[in-house]
Design a protein around this ligand. Sequence first.
Ligand code: NAI
Length: 346
Amino acid sequence: MARSYKVGVLKGDGVGPEIVEATIDLLNALDLEISYVELEAGYNYYRKTGRSIEEDFFDKVREVDAILKGPLYTPPDNREFKSVNILIRRELDLYANVRPFRSFENVSLKNFNIVLIRENTEDVYVGIEGRYREEAISLRIITGEGSRRIARYAFNYAVERGFRRVTVVHKANILKETDGLFRETFYAVSREYPNIIADELIVDTAAYSIVKNPERIEMLLAPNLYGDILADLLAGMVGSLGLCGSAQIGDRIALFEPVHGVALDIAGRGIANPIGEILSAKMMLEYLGRRYSDDKLVKLSERIEEAVHIVVGRKKIWTPDLGGTSSTKDVAKAIEHSLKELENVF
Ligand code: NAI
């Protein structure tokens, strides 16, 4: 009998609830054994309850196989309210942030298929900062252990998915200790993977190469902050932040969310592009399928990606970020139809 799965759902702030609901409707239309547990956290939750995250959040998470999440708002001017995203990442030790950026026909300017692996727990995101009068400092922490496990994750990912090259991104010419350690560790780990080419790009050159010759890049491995910034550059190359999904993986559990933020400028209008969330759900099915040797889920995840590319490539049902007039729900429905057409072919 097929295994059944339990997924925690955190709808999030801003456009989060709209795109998460459209994605769950799509999953519900497929023949899947998934039940959902609603999780509560974020800025809206804080405004309602005075807490940024529900008390038994992590107890509930212990019961689920994966988390599907919308974006969460962290107001920059409220010093009391700390990022819930970072809290969740740290608490669940979600150390690998995986962001595939594949170009779309009729949308992206160039042809490419790049996977960015971002270290997700260290670097300046440890949040140790201080200010004395007119001087502010921030600690940047990079450890050998953290660098080793993310490098291993990247090389294993390359082996499993048939990539031939992993490129480490750094600024070790200036930051000889922090980036130096990240880079050295990458090359030390690369010796365990003789069939994968290991090379490097200085972060500024990486930005240039992503715009100029993205077709030459396969996989990028970056420390936390560079990874964060390069992800938005890559999303721009794809054509919209609304088209990109991501996974945050730990040894015990993984969380899936779109690359974009809460998009307050369009929230509540039903016009957010749901594709980033749908591609995140696609990555979740692939993760569950690989983890539990469930081929059906892996195949379905491939078809979801194909259906998304068919719908976007047709240029008919586009949300406004792509220049169209369709709604969040129209796009999710179109993907559902395209998926059903593909299922009939197989
Ligand atoms: P944003 O991604 O929310 O918006 C940037 C631009 O992209 C806006 O014009 C927005 O309308 C557009 N956009 C984003 N997602 C879209 C979608 N699905 N469909 C159509 N258009 C879309 O970035 P911004 O404004 O820098 O971030 C706002 C807040 O979001 C941040 O202050 C932060 O608190 C939060 N954020 C949360 C993240 C998470 O929970 N993982 C990630 C990034 C930001």
